[in-house]
Design a protein around this ligand. Sequence first.
Ligand SMILES: Cc1ncc(COP(=O)(O)O)c(C=O)c1O
Ligand SMILES: N[C@@H](CCCC[NH3+])C(=O)O
Length: 415
Amino acid sequence: MDFFNRQNNSLYAEDCSVTELASTYGTPLYVYSRATIERHWHAFDQAAKDMKHLICYAVKASSNIAILNVLARLGSGFDIVSKGELARVLKAGGDPAKVVFSGVGKKAEEIAYALEKGIHCFNVESEAELSRINEVAASMNMPASISMRVNPDVDAGTHPYISTGLKDNKFGIPIDHAVEIYQKAAAMSHLVVKGVDCHIGSQLTEVQPFLDALDRVLVLVDKLATVGIKLSHIDVGGGLGVPYQGETPPHPSEYAKAIADKMQGYDLELIYEPGRAIMANAGILVTEVEFLKTNQDKHFAIVDAAMNDLIRPALYQAWQEIVPVELNHSATTQNYDVVGPVCETGDFLGKNRDLAITAGDLLAVRSAGAYGFTMSSNYNSRPRVAEIMVDGEQSHLIRQRESIESLWQGEAVLP
Ligand SMILES: Cc1ncc(COP(=O)(O)O)c(C=O)c1O
Ligand SMILES: N[C@@H](CCCC[NH3+])C(=O)O
């Protein structure tokens, strides 16, 4: 489900005409829907309502302060991977006590900041990191709550760049060594062992790998209990996929319920870390066609958005639907590669798309709300684009387009 609808020939985002949004705010433009974000979040929340649970939205999917604020107002928790993400959550009014801190390379300074702000727990990915957290906590004379991220060696069946739960991946500790590592953690002076965490990959379209991973984690929970380590929560990570190109992932409520059902009988708080499932289909990228061009037999639609604005197609060969904002009845349909102005052959938003368009038309790249703006860059000295949020008939600018001057902020020439 998403917030797009076509009224006659025109695309609307909730009750806002996309053409009007583009003319008000310019292009390229990210457009998000508040109602969709809230609906997706509630689907997780409702499905787990009979259990003690916490939804920790994965901030990396989309970290605009307004988006984090919408979620914070719902009572959401947050999954962060850096000091910067924690600072954003706090700025947005998020509760630090509902924050989990993931990531394989936390710096001492980041650990200290998170401890000072009082986060829920660190999701620890190695023995070396355990020692570092213990040292920082000791130096601050504070306890640090931790959860070990275990790698269950389950094939998530997703793109190799976004699969994280195989033993060849850099994430987590091997589940077979986990008991031993938990015992070391329990013996450290300033650590409080709270939970276990497991995230096997992103854009999973089946529920079964999640359940297989959870089975392995629950075996570990039982084993830990036999050596006197009683956990208070289990964090199942994120990773639920969305339909980009006809995939049929389970609905968030179905996925969240399947997991919650498996946890019946365990006195553990259940933590989910969804990112994409909340944001991907709550956002679009609107772009204008600058030129149409034909090289021999190949047709190109050159648009004003590029790989620096949305890198998923270039990086993962990801397919995202591209639709005209206004149906153009006077143009003939051609097969286009939709490409940006960046000087890279890999700069495309979509290949082989049948579109009836002329220069000046607007296109919308769908499912762009997750890992869109957050993965954008200034490559080719292109300012980052504006972001807006629609809320019924209202639209709000939630991030200004960057100015050219801001591109060299912090740089200086030699004296
Ligand atoms: C530890 C962790 N949690 C949550 C997520 C969010 O994943 P997704 O956006 O696939 O739900 C990720 C990214 O894959 C992650 O690495
Ligand atoms: N950036 C990836 C997902 C990475 C998930 C982060 N662990 C994507 O766009 O699909």
